[in-house]
Every structure is written in structure tokens, then in C-alpha cells.
Ligand binder design. Structure first.
Ligand code: FAD
Length: 351
């Protein structure tokens, strides 16, 4: 059993932002990441995935500029790889953390034959490992292909097919934009998709989130225009799809059949494949033994600190762990305040 001040579970952008601030303290720490390589979820993004804002960085070393309008998946991966090398963070890969358990002298972090006894744990495991797919009647009868956007790579396998793309966020819009070039694509969303104006990029969404956060801190009412991080950013591929008039979404079908779906007016169409762009849930199986995961799949937190187990912090999962914390540019704020809280906690313990 290795004794250490802080274990960070994860090795994506959130874990690296936390590591940046931990490195500036005198605390011992390690990052345990299940992936083989750096970059977290970005390794699994589809081939054409681009950031929806210009270069966007975690603390310290900024993302190098790119010749493209917005950085590509590979540019982000290269940045995160070089970032962790630059700071020489202690990262162990691949290490899958199975559970975290209470121990008389701290928290026991278990991964296969290895274990760490930590005084504090930061969970930064993101959502990619927990894709969410809604249930529809007859779904198990359907003999066609079903994948989640987490497994989507490029449009090639769908060439000439009839494909349903389900989900009204950025994944749905971007995947529809390219699949519709090679296949008969139907876009299915629960409500009308929310498109942002053409001149609004992901950075503006972050600024709005910041303003919302400030207003909340100061007890002000925030009534600026809609624009959540889930709204659709008009990246070039989505604009191009608009020129082909394919950005039209319809409301969900009623049920699956063996070979397709039935719409609410009773008519049936044959479908070859369904791509579920229906988001993700926090990947928190390692916290189940501590009894922290609530029925809604989240953990009760005060800022980023677990209410039930105050030696555990959660970083990067979305608005509930800090405004815009699931973005490169947004995670810095919560990573900084998390490490400040951990420092205070460890100092008090030692007194
Ligand atoms: P991840 O990158 O998922 O990293 C978590 C790591 O923890 C992974 O390596 C995982 O394998 C590991 N892990 C999980 N469980 C365990 C365990 N039990 N033990 C050990 N390791 C574990 N973000 C932006 O900032 N800007 C954008 O423009 C942007 N555009 C996007 C566009 C689309 C269409 C999509 C889908 C996402 C976009 N994102 C964007 C979001 C971004 O990809 C993710 O929010 C980000 O990767 C989350 O980082 P993370 O470090 O929190 O989690």
C-alpha cells in the first residue's frame, strides 16, 4: 500500500488542471488514469471533431495556435500530451480504479493488485465511459445497428443507408451534418434544436457561463439570452448542412420494429442504423463503495467537495461541479479552488 497525500482519479483535461495546482503545493500526489495514452475522452472523439471555440487552454501553458479556424481533435490531443510532459506530472497508465473505501488512516484507493492510502481524493473521471441511451418500446426487437456517439468514428460505415440520428445537442448536429452527406439521415430531437447565432462560438458560451456564475455569487438575477453549453454552435460543417436544408429535426418515433421504426401517425419506415447522440452520465463507479452516488447518478457536493465524504472532491463533470467545468477553459476555476480547499483540509488535519 502506497501512502500519499492526494490521489487524482483520471488523466484527462480536468485531472491535468488539478495536477497543475497540486504541483505548486508541497503535497505528494499521483494521477491514476484508465487510458493507455494521454488525452482522456478526446482520444475517442470522432475523426472530424473540432473544438467549438478558438484555441482554449487549461492553466499555465496555453494551447499553441493552429492554422484552422478551430483546433481539431488531434490538435487538442497533442496539446494535452505535451502539457503533461511539460510539467512532468506523476501519472500512472493504464490504471483502472475499482473502488475507494474508508480506512482508519485515510481513503483506500484500490486498482487491481495495487492500493494507495490517500488523505484526499479528487475524482476527475469525466463522462465518456458512461454513455446514456434512452429506452424506446420494441428496441430489443430492432435488428439494425445501434451505436452511441461515444463509438462514432466517421460517416463511412453508413454510406447509402437509412440512419436515425437521435439527439439535439452539438454531437447530434455535427454527426448529422456529415452522415447526411452519404446517407439518408433523419434527425430526431425531443424539442426544436437551439441553434446559436453564426457569430457565437463556444468561447461566448463560456463567457456567459462566467457571467451567470458571477451573478449567482452576487445574488443578482441573470436574464441574459439563452445559450447553454448544450446549444448548437454553428461550426463550419453544421453551417454547410444548413445550406443543404438537412438541419431539420422531427419529434421522436413511437416504437421500434424488427426493421425500422413507427411514427406517431402510424407510418413505418425501414432503418439500417441508429446513432444515439443522447449524452453521457458521470462515470462514478469507483465512488459506489463509499455510498456517494445518488439515484440521479451524481454526488451531493458543496462546490466541488462531497457532502457525505469530505475527503473526496469532484472536478470537471459539468455545471453541478462548477460553471463550465466540463470545458478546457472553464475547468481552471474549479481546479484552483479545489486544490485550495484540499490544502486547507490537509493543513488543519496536521495541526
Ligand atoms: P475525460 O476527458 O473523460 O477524462 C477522464 C479520464 O478518466 C479518462 O481518461 C478516463 O478513461 C479516466 N477514468 C474514468 N474512470 C476511471 C477510473 N475508474 N479509474 C481510472 N481512470 C478513469 N470541451 C471543450 O473544452 N471545448 C470544446 O469545444 C468541446 N467541444 C466538444 C464537442 C463535442 C461534440 C463533445 C461531445 C464534447 C466537447 N467538449 C469540449 C467536451 C470535452 O470533450 C469533455 O468535456 C472533456 O474531455 C472532459 O474532460 P475530463 O478530464 O473531465 O474527462
Amino acid at each position: 500500500m502506497q501512502q500519499i497525500d492526494v490521489v487524482v482519479v483520471g488523466g484527462g483535461q480536468s485531472a491535468l488542471a488539478v495536477a497543475y495546482f497540486l504541483r505548486r503545493t508541497s503535497r505528494s500526489f499521483v494521477l491514476l488514469d484508465a487510458e493507455q495514452h494521454p488525452g482522456g475522452a478526446w482520444q475517442h472523439g470522432w475523426d472530424s471533431l473540432h473544438l467549438f471555440s478558438p484555441a482554449s487552454s487549461i492553466p499555465g501553458w496555453p494551447m499553441p495556435p493552429t492554422h484552422e479556424e478551430t483546433p481539431s481533435r488531434d490538435h487538442v490531443l497533442d496539446y494535452l500530451t505535451r502539457y503533461e510532459q511539460r510539467y512532468g506530472f506523476p501519472i500512472r497508465r493504464p490504471v483502472w480504479v475499482e473502488s475507494i473505501e474508508p480506512h482508519p488512516n485515510g481513503l483506500l484507493v484500490k486498482a487491481g493488485a495495487e492500493a494507495w492510502l490517500a488523505q484526499a481524493v479528487v475524482s476527475a473521471t469525466g463522462t465518456w465511459r458512461h454513455p446514456y441511451t434512452p429506452r424506446y418500446p420494441g428496441q430489443t426487437l430492432f435488428r439494425g445497428q445501434q451505436i452511441h456517439s461515444a463509438q462514432y468514428v466517421n460517416p463511412e460505415p453508413f454510406m447509402g443507408k437509412t440512419v436515425l440520428i437521435v439527439g439535439g445537442g452539438n454531437s447530434g448536429a455535427q454527426i448529422l451534418a456529415e452522415v447526411s452527406r452519404v446517407a439518408e439521415a433523419h434527425w430526431i430531437t425531443l424539442a426544436d434544436p437551439q441553434f446559436l447565432p453564426d457569430d457565437v462560438d463556444g468561447y461566448v458560451l463560456f463567457e456567459r457561463a462566467t457571467e451567470r456564475w458571477r451573478a449567482q455569487q452576487e445574488g443578482r438575477v441573470w436574464d441574459e439570452p439563452a445559450g447553454g453549453l448544450g446549444d448548437i454552435v454553428m461550426v463550419p460543417s453544421v453551417k454547410e448542412a444548413r445550406t443543404r436544408s438537412v438541419l431539420r429535426a422531427v419529434r421522436p418515433f413511437e416504437r421500434f420494429t424488427e426493421s425500422g421504426v413507427v411514427w406517431s401517425d402510424g407510418h413505418e419506415i425501414a432503418v439500417d442504423a441508429v446513432i444515439w447522440c443522447t449524452s453521457f452520465r458521470p462515470a462514478l463507479t469507483h465512488l459506489e463503495a463509499l455510498g456517494l452516488v445518488e439515484p440521479d447518478g451524481r454526488v451531493q457536493v458543496n462546490r466541488t467537495r462531497s457532502v457525505k465524504e469530505p475527503r473526496v472532491w469532484l472536478v470537471g463533470y459539468g455545471e453541478w461541479t462548477g460553471m463550465a467545468s466540463a470545458t478546457l477553459v472553464g475547468v481552471t476555476r474549479t481546479a484552483r479552488s479545489t486544490v485550495q480547499e484540499i490544502e486547507v483540509y490537509l493543513d488543519q488535519r496536521e495541526r
